[in-house]
Design a protein around this ligand. Structure first.
Ligand SMILES: [Zn+2]
Length: 283
């Protein structure tokens, strides 16, 4: 069973956990590391002959168009991670529409292909921002992967459908949703999809949980950020302790675990996985 391997392409200083310590206006003053860390991921994917979906932040694409071109040249899918990494539920709909449209146009120009997939910064499509799904439909997106079906301080719709499905937006349109994967186990929900959870749990636990999902005929989505394979990144000491814990936990183990994951499971782009489920048109 093919699962979706996804990468959210952003730099270490752009994560929501550091937003209190690093203002957006200061981003330009940081020396970027996203190019070299994305290369590490591209090399791993090439070695395992895996095609993935890269949700690229518009800010990164504008500053480093060569990263987008390289991802495309390697045969991967380009999708959108928005422009500015603002939480959707803190944006006005008009502002969200403008930057979503700008990022899509920019990415399509660089990729020379339609960009039809979207992932919100910090999975910030929640009950408060479901209106964003209508805007995604209107702006030409075919699928979204922003809903985390569990409770968390920054994101999550705890009772949301956990499998890939067609959802109905508030105004009645249809949009394909690939929710972030969780395993239901003895009444609990275990987040097994990647990121900080992948670095937190021992790899054996992750493999057990992902195998269980596949055994239930459920494809999972795995996500990782380039900065998670860059243990040498500068430390943001001003950030809150919880944010630093989440960000720096086991960074040095991530690349090794990824190598095992790529060997143990089968992956493809998110579009291909959804098309195989007949939720999207065949490529
Ligand atoms: Zn992000």
């Amino acid at each position: 069973m093919k699962n979706a391997f996804t990468v959210d392409v952003e730099d270490y200083f752009q994560v929501e956990g550091f937003a209190d310590a690093i203002d957006r206006s200061a981003w330009e003053s940081f020396s970027t590391r996203v190019g070299s860390s994305t290369s590490i991921l591209l090399e791993m994917l090439a070695k395992h002959k895996v095609r993935a979906t890269f949700f690229v932040l518009g800010w990164v694409a504008r500053k480093h168009p060569e990263i987008v071109r390289r991802i495309v040249a390697d045969g991967h899918e380009i999708a959108s991670h928005g422009m500015s990494h603002r939480l959707i539920y803190t944006q006005a709909p008009a502002e969200f529409r403008r930057e979503t449209r700008d990022a899509k146009a920019l990415l399509e120009d660089l990729a020379q292909k339609p960009v039809v997939g979207y992932r919100a910064a910090t999975y910030s499509i929640t009950r408060r921002s479901l209106w964003a799904l209508d805007i995604l439909c209107e702006e030409g997106f075919q699928y979204d992967s922003s809903i985390f079906p569990m409770r968390h301080d920054r994101y999550g719709i705890p009772d949301a459908e956990a499998k890939p499905h067609v959802l109905t937006t508030p105004s009645g349109s249809r949009l394909v949703e690939f929710p972030i994967s969780v395993l239901r186990y003895w009444g609990a929900k275990i987040p097994v999809a990647g990121g900080g959870y992948f670095r937190l749990f021992p790899y054996g636990v992750t493999r057990w949980a992902l195998r269980k999902l596949n055994a239930q005929q459920q494809e999972f989505v795995f996500y990782v950020h380039p900065w998670e394979v860059d243990p040498g990144q500068p430390r943001v000491e001003k950030a809150r302790a919880t944010s630093r814990f989440r960000h720096y936990l086991n960074l040095d183990r991530c690349a090794g675990r990824l190598g095992r994951l790529l060997g143990d499971f089968e992956f493809d782009t998110m579009y291909s996985v959804l098309a195989r489920r007949n939720l999207l048109a065949p490529l």
